[in-house]
Design a protein around this ligand. Structure first.
Ligand code: AMP
Ligand code: MG
Length: 325
Protein backbone atom coordinates (compact mmCIF):
# COMPACT_ATOMS: atom_id res chain seq x y z
CA UNK A 1 0.00 0.00 0.00
CA UNK A 2 1.62 3.23 -1.10
CA UNK A 3 -0.94 5.97 -0.40
CA UNK A 4 0.21 8.29 2.37
CA UNK A 5 -1.56 10.80 4.61
CA UNK A 6 -0.85 13.71 2.23
CA UNK A 7 -2.43 11.75 -0.62
CA UNK A 8 -5.61 11.18 1.41
CA UNK A 9 -5.93 14.90 2.18
CA UNK A 10 -5.32 15.76 -1.44
CA UNK A 11 -7.88 13.22 -2.64
CA UNK A 12 -10.47 14.55 -0.16
CA UNK A 13 -9.80 18.06 -1.53
CA UNK A 14 -10.37 16.84 -5.09
CA UNK A 15 -13.72 15.34 -4.04
CA UNK A 16 -14.75 18.59 -2.29
CA UNK A 17 -13.87 20.54 -5.45
CA UNK A 18 -16.14 18.33 -7.56
CA UNK A 19 -13.35 16.20 -9.05
CA UNK A 20 -12.93 12.48 -9.61
CA UNK A 21 -10.68 10.26 -7.47
CA UNK A 22 -9.82 6.64 -8.26
CA UNK A 23 -9.74 4.79 -4.96
CA UNK A 24 -8.72 1.30 -3.90
CA UNK A 25 -11.28 -0.93 -2.22
CA UNK A 26 -11.05 -4.60 -1.26
CA UNK A 27 -13.22 -5.52 -4.29
CA UNK A 28 -11.95 -3.46 -7.26
CA UNK A 29 -10.75 0.13 -7.78
CA UNK A 30 -13.59 2.64 -7.81
CA UNK A 31 -14.04 5.92 -9.69
CA UNK A 32 -15.25 8.18 -6.90
CA UNK A 33 -17.11 11.48 -6.75
CA UNK A 34 -18.95 13.42 -4.04
CA UNK A 35 -22.31 11.60 -3.94
CA UNK A 36 -24.13 14.87 -3.22
CA UNK A 37 -22.69 16.76 -6.19
CA UNK A 38 -24.81 16.00 -9.28
CA UNK A 39 -22.27 17.57 -11.67
CA UNK A 40 -19.42 15.45 -10.27
CA UNK A 41 -21.61 12.35 -10.42
CA UNK A 42 -22.46 13.16 -14.05
CA UNK A 43 -18.74 13.24 -14.86
CA UNK A 44 -18.41 9.63 -13.67
CA UNK A 45 -20.93 8.53 -16.28
CA UNK A 46 -19.19 10.60 -18.93
CA UNK A 47 -15.69 9.25 -18.17
CA UNK A 48 -16.89 5.65 -18.02
CA UNK A 49 -19.19 5.93 -21.02
CA UNK A 50 -21.83 4.44 -18.74
CA UNK A 51 -25.53 4.90 -19.55
CA UNK A 52 -27.00 7.34 -16.98
CA UNK A 53 -29.73 4.85 -16.09
CA UNK A 54 -27.16 2.52 -14.43
CA UNK A 55 -27.20 3.36 -10.72
CA UNK A 56 -24.03 3.81 -8.64
CA UNK A 57 -23.04 2.57 -5.20
CA UNK A 58 -22.67 5.17 -2.41
CA UNK A 59 -19.67 4.38 -0.20
CA UNK A 60 -19.75 5.53 3.41
CA UNK A 61 -17.21 5.39 6.25
CA UNK A 62 -19.16 3.44 8.89
CA UNK A 63 -22.38 1.47 9.31
CA UNK A 64 -23.57 4.12 11.82
CA UNK A 65 -23.93 6.58 8.93
CA UNK A 66 -26.35 4.39 6.97
CA UNK A 67 -29.45 6.13 8.36
CA UNK A 68 -28.25 9.45 6.88
CA UNK A 69 -28.46 8.08 3.34
CA UNK A 70 -31.64 6.02 3.28
CA UNK A 71 -35.32 6.49 4.08
CA UNK A 72 -35.50 3.54 6.46
CA UNK A 73 -33.35 0.63 7.57
CA UNK A 74 -35.30 -2.65 7.73
CA UNK A 75 -34.26 -5.21 10.37
CA UNK A 76 -32.56 -7.50 7.83
CA UNK A 77 -30.49 -4.59 6.50
CA UNK A 78 -29.34 -3.67 10.02
CA UNK A 79 -28.40 -7.29 10.64
CA UNK A 80 -26.43 -7.62 7.40
CA UNK A 81 -24.68 -4.26 7.78
CA UNK A 82 -23.74 -5.13 11.37
CA UNK A 83 -22.32 -8.43 10.27
CA UNK A 84 -20.58 -7.74 6.97
CA UNK A 85 -19.52 -4.07 7.06
CA UNK A 86 -16.89 -3.04 6.39
CA UNK A 87 -16.91 -5.59 3.59
CA UNK A 88 -17.89 -6.58 0.04
CA UNK A 89 -21.65 -6.34 0.59
CA UNK A 90 -23.87 -3.64 -0.93
CA UNK A 91 -27.38 -3.06 0.40
CA UNK A 92 -30.15 -1.61 -1.77
CA UNK A 93 -32.54 0.47 0.34
CA UNK A 94 -35.06 3.26 -0.14
CA UNK A 95 -33.30 6.46 -1.19
CA UNK A 96 -32.78 9.15 1.41
CA UNK A 97 -33.24 12.82 0.41
CA UNK A 98 -29.48 13.41 0.48
CA UNK A 99 -28.95 11.14 -2.51
CA UNK A 100 -29.45 12.88 -5.85
CA UNK A 101 -31.36 10.98 -8.54
CA UNK A 102 -28.26 11.30 -10.77
CA UNK A 103 -26.54 8.77 -8.48
CA UNK A 104 -29.39 6.26 -8.54
CA UNK A 105 -30.15 6.32 -12.26
CA UNK A 106 -33.49 7.91 -11.39
CA UNK A 107 -34.49 5.13 -8.97
CA UNK A 108 -36.15 5.68 -5.60
CA UNK A 109 -33.72 3.15 -4.13
CA UNK A 110 -30.02 3.57 -3.38
CA UNK A 111 -27.15 1.09 -3.11
CA UNK A 112 -24.85 1.66 -0.09
CA UNK A 113 -21.75 -0.02 1.28
CA UNK A 114 -18.80 0.41 3.67
CA UNK A 115 -15.65 -0.82 1.90
CA UNK A 116 -13.05 -2.84 3.81
CA UNK A 117 -9.87 -1.07 2.75
CA UNK A 118 -7.77 1.20 4.96
CA UNK A 119 -7.15 3.75 2.19
CA UNK A 120 -10.83 3.91 1.16
CA UNK A 121 -11.89 4.26 4.80
CA UNK A 122 -9.28 6.96 5.46
CA UNK A 123 -10.51 8.89 2.41
CA UNK A 124 -14.15 8.53 3.42
CA UNK A 125 -13.51 9.82 6.92
CA UNK A 126 -11.25 12.67 5.74
CA UNK A 127 -13.87 13.68 3.17
CA UNK A 128 -16.76 13.28 5.58
CA UNK A 129 -19.49 12.60 3.02
CA UNK A 130 -20.57 9.76 0.78
CA UNK A 131 -18.62 8.79 -2.33
CA UNK A 132 -20.38 7.32 -5.35
CA UNK A 133 -17.99 4.95 -7.03
CA UNK A 134 -18.53 2.44 -9.80
CA UNK A 135 -15.55 0.42 -10.99
CA UNK A 136 -12.82 2.66 -12.46
CA UNK A 137 -12.95 1.33 -16.01
CA UNK A 138 -14.78 2.09 -19.25
CA UNK A 139 -18.32 0.73 -19.25
CA UNK A 140 -18.44 -2.98 -20.12
CA UNK A 141 -14.73 -3.71 -19.80
CA UNK A 142 -12.67 -5.57 -17.19
CA UNK A 143 -12.66 -3.98 -13.73
CA UNK A 144 -9.31 -2.67 -12.41
CA UNK A 145 -7.65 -4.39 -9.45
CA UNK A 146 -4.48 -2.26 -9.34
CA UNK A 147 -3.78 1.48 -9.61
CA UNK A 148 -1.80 0.76 -12.80
CA UNK A 149 -4.91 -0.77 -14.40
CA UNK A 150 -6.77 2.48 -13.66
CA UNK A 151 -4.01 4.69 -15.04
CA UNK A 152 -3.71 2.56 -18.17
CA UNK A 153 -7.44 2.67 -18.84
CA UNK A 154 -8.58 6.11 -17.70
CA UNK A 155 -5.36 8.17 -17.67
CA UNK A 156 -5.95 11.91 -17.41
CA UNK A 157 -9.73 11.54 -17.21
CA UNK A 158 -9.25 10.97 -13.44
CA UNK A 159 -8.09 13.93 -11.33
CA UNK A 160 -6.23 11.81 -8.77
CA UNK A 161 -5.42 8.11 -8.36
CA UNK A 162 -4.96 6.81 -4.81
CA UNK A 163 -2.70 3.75 -4.89
CA UNK A 164 -3.68 1.15 -2.30
CA UNK A 165 -1.98 -1.89 -3.82
CA UNK A 166 -3.76 -4.90 -5.32
CA UNK A 167 -7.39 -5.54 -4.37
CA UNK A 168 -7.68 -8.46 -1.98
CA UNK A 169 -11.13 -9.75 -3.00
CA UNK A 170 -10.84 -9.01 -6.71
CA UNK A 171 -14.52 -9.21 -7.74
CA UNK A 172 -17.21 -6.63 -7.01
CA UNK A 173 -19.46 -6.59 -3.96
CA UNK A 174 -22.51 -8.79 -3.51
CA UNK A 175 -25.59 -6.60 -4.02
CA UNK A 176 -28.58 -7.50 -1.83
CA UNK A 177 -31.99 -5.88 -2.25
CA UNK A 178 -33.49 -5.37 1.20
CA UNK A 179 -36.38 -3.16 0.10
CA UNK A 180 -38.84 -6.04 -0.26
CA UNK A 181 -40.01 -8.59 2.30
CA UNK A 182 -37.23 -11.12 1.71
CA UNK A 183 -33.67 -10.07 0.86
CA UNK A 184 -32.47 -11.30 -2.54
CA UNK A 185 -29.14 -11.18 -4.35
CA UNK A 186 -29.12 -8.81 -7.35
CA UNK A 187 -25.46 -9.51 -8.13
CA UNK A 188 -23.28 -12.23 -6.60
CA UNK A 189 -19.93 -10.97 -5.30
CA UNK A 190 -17.39 -11.00 -2.49
CA UNK A 191 -19.79 -12.07 0.29
CA UNK A 192 -21.06 -15.56 -0.47
CA UNK A 193 -24.69 -16.58 -0.63
CA UNK A 194 -23.92 -19.24 1.99
CA UNK A 195 -22.58 -16.59 4.42
CA UNK A 196 -25.66 -14.41 3.88
CA UNK A 197 -27.95 -17.38 4.52
CA UNK A 198 -26.07 -18.28 7.70
CA UNK A 199 -26.61 -14.78 9.10
CA UNK A 200 -30.22 -14.37 7.93
CA UNK A 201 -31.20 -17.92 8.88
CA UNK A 202 -33.08 -18.61 5.63
CA UNK A 203 -32.37 -19.29 1.94
CA UNK A 204 -31.52 -16.25 -0.20
CA UNK A 205 -32.61 -16.23 -3.84
CA UNK A 206 -30.37 -15.21 -6.75
CA UNK A 207 -33.12 -14.49 -9.32
CA UNK A 208 -30.93 -14.26 -12.44
CA UNK A 209 -29.03 -17.47 -11.65
CA UNK A 210 -32.15 -19.59 -11.43
CA UNK A 211 -33.50 -18.99 -14.95
CA UNK A 212 -32.52 -20.91 -18.07
CA UNK A 213 -29.87 -19.05 -20.07
CA UNK A 214 -31.37 -17.40 -23.11
CA UNK A 215 -29.06 -16.00 -25.80
CA UNK A 216 -29.08 -12.22 -25.72
CA UNK A 217 -30.02 -12.00 -22.06
CA UNK A 218 -26.42 -11.68 -20.94
CA UNK A 219 -25.02 -8.66 -22.75
CA UNK A 220 -21.31 -8.42 -22.31
CA UNK A 221 -19.80 -6.76 -19.22
CA UNK A 222 -16.53 -7.32 -17.35
CA UNK A 223 -15.20 -8.24 -20.81
CA UNK A 224 -11.63 -8.22 -22.15
CA UNK A 225 -10.96 -7.24 -25.79
CA UNK A 226 -10.62 -10.94 -26.64
CA UNK A 227 -13.85 -12.84 -27.18
CA UNK A 228 -14.59 -15.23 -24.30
CA UNK A 229 -15.98 -18.72 -24.97
CA UNK A 230 -17.16 -21.00 -22.16
CA UNK A 231 -17.12 -24.78 -22.59
CA UNK A 232 -17.17 -27.86 -20.35
CA UNK A 233 -13.85 -28.29 -18.50
CA UNK A 234 -12.84 -31.37 -20.48
CA UNK A 235 -13.43 -29.56 -23.80
CA UNK A 236 -11.24 -26.49 -23.15
CA UNK A 237 -8.13 -27.86 -24.85
CA UNK A 238 -9.94 -29.27 -27.90
CA UNK A 239 -11.82 -26.00 -28.41
CA UNK A 240 -8.59 -24.02 -28.05
CA UNK A 241 -6.74 -26.21 -30.54
CA UNK A 242 -9.53 -25.99 -33.11
CA UNK A 243 -9.59 -22.19 -32.80
CA UNK A 244 -5.83 -22.01 -33.08
CA UNK A 245 -5.93 -24.07 -36.29
CA UNK A 246 -8.50 -21.60 -37.61
CA UNK A 247 -5.91 -18.85 -37.11
CA UNK A 248 -6.99 -17.41 -33.73
CA UNK A 249 -4.62 -16.22 -31.02
CA UNK A 250 -5.90 -18.31 -28.14
CA UNK A 251 -5.69 -17.96 -24.39
CA UNK A 252 -6.91 -20.77 -22.12
CA UNK A 253 -7.99 -20.95 -18.51
CA UNK A 254 -6.88 -24.35 -17.19
CA UNK A 255 -6.71 -25.88 -13.73
CA UNK A 256 -3.17 -25.86 -12.37
CA UNK A 257 -2.68 -29.62 -12.88
CA UNK A 258 -3.58 -29.35 -16.60
CA UNK A 259 -1.81 -26.07 -17.36
CA UNK A 260 1.40 -27.85 -18.39
CA UNK A 261 -0.49 -29.98 -20.95
CA UNK A 262 -1.58 -27.01 -23.10
CA UNK A 263 0.23 -26.61 -26.41
CA UNK A 264 3.03 -24.10 -26.17
CA UNK A 265 1.41 -21.67 -28.60
CA UNK A 266 -1.53 -20.98 -26.30
CA UNK A 267 -1.31 -18.29 -23.64
CA UNK A 268 -2.16 -20.16 -20.45
CA UNK A 269 -3.80 -18.99 -17.24
CA UNK A 270 -3.28 -21.56 -14.50
CA UNK A 271 -6.53 -21.28 -12.54
CA UNK A 272 -5.81 -21.39 -8.79
CA UNK A 273 -7.47 -24.21 -6.86
CA UNK A 274 -8.58 -21.78 -4.15
CA UNK A 275 -11.65 -19.73 -5.07
CA UNK A 276 -10.28 -16.79 -3.04
CA UNK A 277 -7.16 -16.74 -5.19
CA UNK A 278 -9.17 -17.27 -8.38
CA UNK A 279 -11.45 -14.29 -7.62
CA UNK A 280 -8.45 -12.14 -6.64
CA UNK A 281 -6.70 -12.95 -9.91
CA UNK A 282 -9.62 -13.13 -12.35
CA UNK A 283 -9.57 -9.64 -13.85
CA UNK A 284 -5.77 -9.55 -13.97
CA UNK A 285 -5.80 -12.88 -15.85
CA UNK A 286 -8.21 -11.45 -18.46
CA UNK A 287 -6.16 -8.26 -18.82
CA UNK A 288 -2.99 -10.35 -19.14
CA UNK A 289 -4.41 -12.38 -22.04
CA UNK A 290 -5.37 -9.14 -23.83
CA UNK A 291 -1.82 -7.88 -23.33
CA UNK A 292 -0.47 -11.09 -24.83
CA UNK A 293 -2.48 -10.38 -27.99
CA UNK A 294 -5.13 -13.10 -27.60
CA UNK A 295 -8.31 -12.64 -29.60
CA UNK A 296 -10.07 -15.63 -28.04
CA UNK A 297 -10.20 -16.88 -24.45
CA UNK A 298 -11.46 -20.42 -23.79
CA UNK A 299 -12.52 -21.13 -20.21
CA UNK A 300 -14.97 -23.20 -18.18
CA UNK A 301 -17.13 -22.23 -15.23
CA UNK A 302 -16.24 -23.11 -11.65
CA UNK A 303 -18.80 -24.89 -9.46
CA UNK A 304 -21.22 -22.16 -8.41
CA UNK A 305 -20.70 -22.41 -4.67
CA UNK A 306 -19.06 -19.88 -2.40
CA UNK A 307 -17.07 -17.36 -4.45
CA UNK A 308 -17.58 -19.67 -7.46
CA UNK A 309 -21.02 -18.06 -7.91
CA UNK A 310 -19.50 -14.59 -8.45
CA UNK A 311 -16.65 -15.88 -10.63
CA UNK A 312 -19.10 -17.79 -12.85
CA UNK A 313 -21.33 -14.70 -13.08
CA UNK A 314 -18.42 -12.53 -14.28
CA UNK A 315 -17.22 -15.15 -16.78
CA UNK A 316 -20.75 -15.54 -18.20
CA UNK A 317 -21.08 -11.80 -18.58
CA UNK A 318 -17.62 -11.55 -20.15
CA UNK A 319 -18.77 -14.18 -22.68
CA UNK A 320 -22.07 -12.37 -23.37
CA UNK A 321 -23.00 -10.95 -26.77
CA UNK A 322 -21.00 -7.84 -27.69
CA UNK A 323 -23.60 -6.00 -29.71
CA UNK A 324 -25.84 -4.74 -26.88
CA UNK A 325 -24.97 -2.78 -23.73
P1 AMP B 1 -20.58 -1.07 -10.38
O1 AMP B 1 -20.48 0.13 -9.56
O2 AMP B 1 -20.08 -0.94 -11.78
O3 AMP B 1 -20.04 -2.27 -9.67
O4 AMP B 1 -22.13 -1.32 -10.55
C1 AMP B 1 -23.01 -1.01 -9.51
C2 AMP B 1 -24.06 -2.03 -9.49
O5 AMP B 1 -24.99 -1.70 -8.47
C3 AMP B 1 -24.83 -2.13 -10.78
O6 AMP B 1 -24.96 -3.48 -11.15
C4 AMP B 1 -26.17 -1.53 -10.44
O7 AMP B 1 -27.20 -2.07 -11.22
C5 AMP B 1 -26.31 -1.87 -8.96
N1 AMP B 1 -27.16 -0.92 -8.26
C6 AMP B 1 -26.82 0.29 -7.81
N2 AMP B 1 -27.87 0.92 -7.27
C7 AMP B 1 -28.92 0.09 -7.38
C8 AMP B 1 -30.29 0.18 -7.01
N3 AMP B 1 -30.78 1.26 -6.45
N4 AMP B 1 -31.05 -0.87 -7.30
C9 AMP B 1 -30.54 -1.97 -7.90
N5 AMP B 1 -29.26 -2.11 -8.27
C10 AMP B 1 -28.46 -1.09 -8.02
MG1 MG C 1 -18.40 -2.01 -13.09
Amino acid sequence: MTAITGDIERAAGVLRAGGLVALPTETVYGLGANAEDPAAVARIFQVKGRPPSHPLIVHIATADLLDDWVEEVPRAARLLAGHFWPGPLTLVLRRGRRVPLEATGGLETVAVRVPDHPVALALLSAFGGGVTAPSANRFGSVSPTTADHVRAELGDAVDFVLDGGSCQVGVESTIVDVTGGTPCILRPGGVTREDLEAVLGHPVAVPSASGVRVPGQHPSHYAPRARVVLVEPEKVLAEAEAAQEAGRQVGVFLPLHLAATAVKTHAVVAVPASLDAYARGLYGFLRGLDEQGCDLVVASLPVEEGLGLAIANRLRRAAGPRTSV
